[in-house]
Write a protein that binds this ligand. Structure first.
Ligand SMILES: Nc1ncnc2c1ncn2[C@@H]1O[C@H](COP(=O)(O)OP(=O)(O)O)[C@@H](O)[C@H]1O
Ligand SMILES: Cc1ncc(COP(=O)(O)OP(=O)(O)O)c(N)n1
Length: 269
């Protein structure tokens, strides 16, 4: 039996709800062996980010090489990459190892407003990493930064997705969590030809720390198993919906989502 393996290149969240920790929990729940290359350690809880401590480029490169040279990941997710040098290094490593199943979550700002990506790094994200992405998963504010356009409507999101495909991403998923005008949360995928909508009931909750990381990690896990992008997103949407609905209620700020919920539901259904 081949065990599907996924590598996440991202930041550590001491609070356990986002970043590397959310990715590993999601991989595990979806039956995928998770591996990591850490870009930065963050001191973080449900109230915000208290510290960001980037690792050296050498430390990041060596982690990626160690995984690549012995463990051959079937899919790779990127999350918090912090600065332009890290983005360029990760892009070079992806090309060097010939990796194709790349899921880019273009993390920029934490829920509490703290920056997780230096402003001058956006250009490197667009020119080096975006063209390597099989799937890129911006939320609405991230799609605005990447395209330079204002996004107010679903049609604006469609235009933004087209622009990101023109910049080289193969599939663009513009998530809808930040559009609170509706009881339904709609995520929009553009595959270069067709738009696909993924809908879920909006849950009124402040416990949404790590939703973006968890959603992209679930897509990565499913792609590492050999599933196509549409099927992977279908499962990821069900995974994040359960994780938001069955809230844990920890902490006095934005609490983490529930990574057990998807399997718990499927077992007891
Ligand atoms: N309140 C909510 N109820 C249901 N689903 C949500 C809610 N908030 C976010 N989601 C879903 O969580 C995922 C992440 O969405 P989003 O909030 O847009 O990204 P990010 O966490 O990166 O800011 C998407 O699939 C989105 O539809
Ligand atoms: C270390 C680290 N990486 C990423 C994030 C951002 O997480 P995300 O799921 O995009 O959303 P928020 O929970 O911040 O809304 C993070 N906070 N920390």
């Amino acid at each position: 039996m081949t065990v599907s393996r996924a590598l996440t290149i991202a930041g550590s969240d001491s609070g356990g709800g986002a970043g590397i920790q959310a990715d590993l929990k999601t991989f595990q729940e979806l039956g995928v062996f998770g591996m990591t290359a850490i870009t930065a350690v963050t001191a973080q809880n449900t109230l915000g980010v208290q510290g960001v401590y980037p690792l050296t480029l050498e430390a990041l490169k060596t982690q990626i090489d160690s995984v690549a040279e012995d463990l051959s990941p079937h899919a790779i997710k990127t999350g918090m990459l912090f600065n332009a040098d890290m983005i360029r290094l990760v892009s070079q490593q992806i090309v060097h190892y010939g990796w194709e199943n790349i899921i880019v979550d273009p993390v920029m700002v934490a829920k509490g407003g703290q920056s997780l990506l230096q402003e001058e790094a956006v250009e490197a994200l667009i020119t080096s990493l975006l063209p390597l992405a099989k799937v890129i998963t911006p939320n609405i504010p991230e799609a605005e930064v990447l395209t330079g356009m204002e996004i107010r409507t679903l049609d604006h999101r469609k235009d933004a997705a087209k622009r990101l495909v023109d910049l080289g991403a193969k599939n663009v998923m513009v998530k809808g969590g930040h559009d609170s005008t509706n009881d339904v949360v709609t995520d929009l995928l553009y595959d270069g030809h067709t738009f696909h909508l993924f809908e879920g009931e909006r849950k009124e909750t402040k416990h949404t720390h790590g939703t973006g990381c968890t959603f992209a990690a679930a897509i990565t896990a499913e792609i590492s198993k050999g599933n196509n992008v549409l099927d992977a997103i279908q499962t990821a949407k069900a995974f994040i919906q359960s994780a938001i609905e069955d809230q844990l209620g920890f902490g006095s700020g934005h609490g983490p989502t529930n990574h057990w919920a998807f399997n718990k539901r499927n077992v007891y259904r």
